[in-house]
Design a binder for this molecule. Sequence first.
Ligand code: BMA
Length: 312
Amino acid sequence: MKQHQLHPFIRYEKNPILSRDSVPYACNTVFNAAATKYNDKYLLLLRIEDLRGHSHLTKAWSDDGYHFEVEEKPWICPTDDPETEVYERYGVEDPRITRMNEEFYITYTAYGPYGPRAAIGKTTDFEQFERIALITEVDNKDVVLFPEKINSKFVLIDRPGGFGGKRGDIWIKESPDLIHWGRARVLLAAEPGWGGFKLGVSTPPLKTGSGWLVFYHGVRSTPAGNLYRIGAMLLELDNPKKVIAHTPHFIFGPEESYERTGDVPNVVFPCGLILEEDNTIKLYYGAADTHIALAEARLEDIVELCMMGPRE
Ligand code: BMA
């Protein structure tokens, strides 16, 4: 196979699509955005790092998926609710959006003095945001929710560990009510190679005829720092604890200057995608923790690459 088949994403020629100058108020960086469609518009929920180094979430809208306008004000900021305040004190980060019927669930990293943990909330109108629960303990992030119940249970994927030099693997668990989670199992473990240090899920599961398609990042620790790159896996539709296959190698990684240079170099970090009617995937990703960029690939090419890899 040729290089472009093994790395099928094509970057938007005018990348990056959003940078600090796109934000109408003072901030340090904009990166790691969730994506969805609402009322026929493309919506990115941006992670914006303020000048103190704390993050909040702000909406940006687009008619075509390429040109986005950032709202004047932040939308989701660390809460002052006394029950939760300490866990979000240093910021809310890395959102993912999962649509279930008319509700949009937002999973995000709550960051505070005890470390990062995951939280979930919901909206129906992208005006009111209702916090539901903190759903993991600390040292856990990269949480995505499946867009439907499976065997009458909510299902999510998370990443416990991966801090203080400890390996981080991808896990899956279920819940009757979105609040109490259990029956945790390892889904995909970090193996020596491009994702040898830790893995984490990138984008919410996308239902396809071949299984749930999930993009994930793999981190390789090098003498020059961490390298963040992207793979994909397919999970069984009725039993997503079972990986059908995953790509035999990373399929997208930092190459361009805006991915190689920034606050954290050599990082591509998607948190959202849009599947177009012609089966093109628009993947929105943080680049070097400094910008947001866009790359596109055909769904069938990604599925084919997954099938080339190890199967259970
Ligand atoms: C991860 C997350 C991401 C970030 C990445 C690279 O642990 O914190 O938000 O993009 O590191 O710095």
